[in-house]
Design a protein around this ligand. Structure first.
Ligand code: ZN
Length: 137
């Protein structure tokens, strides 16, 4: 059976502030630039969730896209869209909401709802130029 990759795209709008308590205020400002501004700011995050698996010869698909859409909606869009990541999303109470950490948190939120081994990659575009990928390692 052929192995295929199936990707679902989702866009969410979130506020955040990047700040590490392990750094001084000036080090944070230098490292994170405008993303360290005290009163938050927003991004439109483009999220690509990719599954990898065998194509079912009976149906021609590797996973039901309607089901994947619902899982992403319930686990990512509902808790994160139009939210302040630092204040509203429990995973970021103590975790800096960098694009890398957002990719990891999305992976951790999705993987329990998907068949084991099916989730291949989460990509998060914070801007058109800043992109993180996580593959569960
Ligand atoms: Zn930012």
């Amino acid at each position: 059976m052929p192995i295929a990759y199936l990707t679902r795209r989702t866009v969410i709008a979130c506020a955040h502030r990047l700040y590490s308590d392990a750094l001084s205020h000036s080090e944070n400002a230098l490292l994170f630039g405008p993303c360290a501004y005290e009163n938050f700011h927003g991004h439109n995050y483009e999220i690509l969730v990719t599954l990898k698996g065998k194509i079912d010869p009976k149906t021609g698909i590797l996973f039901d896209l309607t089901q994947l859409k619902k899982i992403i909606h319930d686990q990512i869009t509902l808790p994160m869209d139009h939210r302040n990541l630092n204040l509203d999303v429990p995973a970021f109470k103590t975790l800096n909401p960098t694009v890398e950490n957002i990719a990891v948190v999305i992976w951790q939120a999705l993987s329990p709802s998907l068949p084991k081994g099916l989730l291949f990659e989460v990509q998060v575009f914070e801007t058109e130029n800043n992109i993180a990928r996580y593959r569960g390692e």
